[in-house]
Design a binder for this molecule. Structure first.
Ligand code: B16
Ligand code: MG
Length: 222
C-alpha cells in the first residue's frame, strides 16, 4: 500500500461547523413551518446548500419558485455567516493540526474536498489556508457527494491517483463518494453511520497518521 496524498473534508473534519449549519437550517425550516431535528441535520452533512434547502422543502411538502429558493438559501447563508463571524484557530478540531504536520513531514500532498462555498473563508479565519496545496470547495464540482467528483477533482489537482490517497470524511455521503472514487476512506465519527469507510475513528486525538495507515492496511487484509 503506497500513500502519496490526503484529502480532507472541511465541515466536521477540520472544524466543527455542523452545529452552526444546524442552527441556521433549523431557523430556515421553522420559518417555513417545517420541523428540523438532529436526524435531519445528519442527512444534510456533506450536502450542498441548494440540495439541503430542497430536503427541507420536500419534508414540508412545500413548493417554491427558483427565485424564492435562491433567496431562502441566501438568507440561510447570511445567518450561517453571522454565526461563524468570530471563528478562529481555536475552533480547529483536536488533533487536526498535528495530522496536517505529520502528512506534510511524510511528504504527502494535501488537498481540501468540501461541499461548502464558505470553505476558503473558513480556512482563512482558522489560519489553515496555506496548508492545502489544492482546494475543491462548493464551487469546484457539479455533482455533489456521494458522487466522487469532488475528490476526483482534488486528486487531479494534486496530480495523484485515488488509489494512493486517503480521504477523511465525517458524512456518510462523503464516505460513499470516496469509496466510489477508489480512495481509501477514513470516517470521522460514529461507526454505525460511517460503516462503509475502510476505518472509522472518533477524532484525531491520540492517533498518528502512521497508525491510521496501519489500520487501513489491516482492514484491507481482513
Ligand atoms: P455552504 P463539507 C458541507 O461541507 C456541510 O457538511 C453541509 O452541511 C453544508 O450544507 C455544505 O457543506 C454546503 O455548505 O452552505 O457553506 O456552501 O462537510 O463537505 O465540508
Ligand atoms: Mg463534512
Amino acid at each position: 500500500m503506497k500513500i502519496t496524498a490526503c484529502i480532507f473534508d472541511l465541515d466536521g473534519v477540520i472544524v466543527d461547523t455542523a452545529g452552526y449549519h444546524f442552527q441556521a437550517w433549523k431557523q430556515t425550516a421553522e420559518n417555513l413551518g417545517v420541523s428540523f431535528d438532529e436526524h435531519d441535520n445528519e442527512q444534510l452533512k456533506g450536502v450542498g446548500r441548494m440540495d439541503s434547502l430542497n430536503y427541507i422543502l420536500d419534508k414540508g411538502n412545500i413548493s417554491k419558485t427558483e427565485a424564492e429558493k435562491k433567496q431562502l438559501a441566501h438568507d440561510k447563508n447570511e445567518h450561517y455567516k453571522t454565526l461563524i463571524t468570530n471563528m478562529d484557530a481555536s475552533e480547529i478540531l483536536p488533533g487536526v493540526v498535528s495530522i496536517l504536520d505529520q502528512a506534510e513531514k511524510a511528504g504527502y500532498k494535501i488537498a481540501l474536498g468540501s461541499a461548502s462555498k464558505n470553505a476558503r473563508m473558513i480556512l482563512k479565519k482558522t489560519g489553515l489556508i496555506d496548508r492545502f496545496e489544492f482546494i475543491v470547495d462548493g464551487n469546484g464540482f457539479i455533482n455533489g457527494k456521494p458522487d466522487p467528483e469532488v475528490f476526483l477533482n482534488g486528486a487531479k489537482g494534486l496530480n495523484v491517483s485515488p488509489s494512493e490517497t486517503i480521504v477523511f470524511e465525517d458524512s456518510l455521503k462523503g464516505v460513499q463518494a470516496a469509496i466510489s472514487g477508489g480512495f481509501y476512506a477514513v470516517g470521522i465519527g460514529a461507526p454505525e453511520i460511517l460503516k462503509e469507510a475502510h476505518i472509522v475513528i472518533n477524532d484525531f486525538k491520540n492517533i498518528t497518521l502512521t497508525n491510521i495507515i496501519i489500520k487501513i492496511q489491516q482492514a484491507i487484509i481482513k
